[in-house]
Design a protein around this ligand. Structure first.
Ligand code: HH2
Length: 283
């Protein structure tokens, strides 16, 4: 099992679970759309939100300029850069690992040039141009599984065996990355909760989380405020914090190394409780 994720020149120690705070610079993200972006990027708000997450204990911040919620409108390369790049440059001045959530090679290239530490690709490096864009850099790469396209992925997702199919995809894509010269210390895998998966698929993946790990690579999990939590708890997006924190802990108990969350402080408190019980020497 890889114990350090090398994110450009920033090593991330994975001997305990780490927190990735979510910052969406979009008008339409399902949970925080319009908070940091209305008619343009609100850099003051972005900085404030980022500092609050760092003070609450976030190890990484994930900045995105395109919503991938089911049915979201696609965004052009230029528009995504206009949203993301000024905010990214602000975050790079702070003492935190910065990730860019993009499926666009052009945006990844621009972010790498600016000094980003991790590229989070929800299309799992299936685009050869994306692989080219990241291969010669030193950034870490998150390979996420998605069935279909954001516009239609939730219409009728089907699998014979969701755990083994997701595992197979993550194995193939990590081998492509390794084959392109990207070291295992730069890779992290994500089963992609809610990306072309119904509630039963998501629950099967959470139960079988350890089985999707291939080549001993670290796992990133994003369950925060997602529809599955709304369906189980019968809560609107704004009221899903407790369900999200519990889901994050269930993932951490099953071996998740990085938790992608909106509610950083609450998730950190829960992680401290988990560590106190499960790893007494660490508390
Ligand atoms: N989920 C979302 C976006 N990016 N990246 C990874 N690696 N894993 C995830 O589970 C994941 C992700 C969707 O959540 P959010 O960013 O809150 O919403 P939106 O896509 O509407 O901006």
């Amino acid at each position: 099992m890889t114990r350090t994720l090398n994110c450009a020149h920033r090593p991330l120690d994975l001997r305990r679970p780490r927190i990735m705070g979510i910052l969406n610079i979009t008008p339409d993200s399902f949970s925080d759309g319009g908070h940091l972006y209305r008619r343009g990027v609100d850099l003051g708000q972005v900085t404030e939100a980022a500092i609050a997450m760092i003070e609450a204990g976030a190890d990484l911040l994930d900045i995105g300029g395109e919503s991938t919620r089911p049915g979201a409108d696609p965004v052009s390369d230029d528009e995504e850069c206009r949203r993301v790049m000024p905010a990214l440059e602000r975050l790079l001045d702070l003492d935190v690992i910065v990730s860019v959530d993009t499926r666009k090679p052009h945006v990844a290239r621009m972010a790498i040039q600016a000094g980003v530490h991790l590229v989070n690709d929800v299309t799992g490096m299936t685009n050869p141009e994306m692989l080219e864009a990241v291969a010669d850099s030193k950034v870490a790469i998150c390979i996420m599984h998605m069935q279909g396209e954001p516009g239609t992925m939730q219409v009728d997702p089907r699998y014979d065996d969701v755990v083994s199919e997701v595992r197979g995809f993550l194995a193939r894509q990590s081998e492509r990355c390794l084959g392109a010269g990207i070291g295992p210390d730069r890779l992290v895998l994500d089963p992609g909760f809610g990306f072309g998966k119904n509630i039963d698929h998501n629950l099967a993946l959470l139960r079988g989380l350890q089985e999707v790990r291939v080549h001993g690579l670290p796992l990133l999990v994003g369950l925060s405020r997602k529809r599955m939590i709304g369906s189980i708890t019968d809560r609107a997006v704004a009221d899903r914090e407790i369900g999200s924190v519990v889901a994050a802990m269930l993932a951490a108990q099953r071996g998740a190394d990085i938790l992608r969350v909106h509610d950083v402080g609450a998730t950190i408190d829960a992680l401290k409780m988990l560590a106190a019980v499960e790893s007494p020497g660490l508390s």
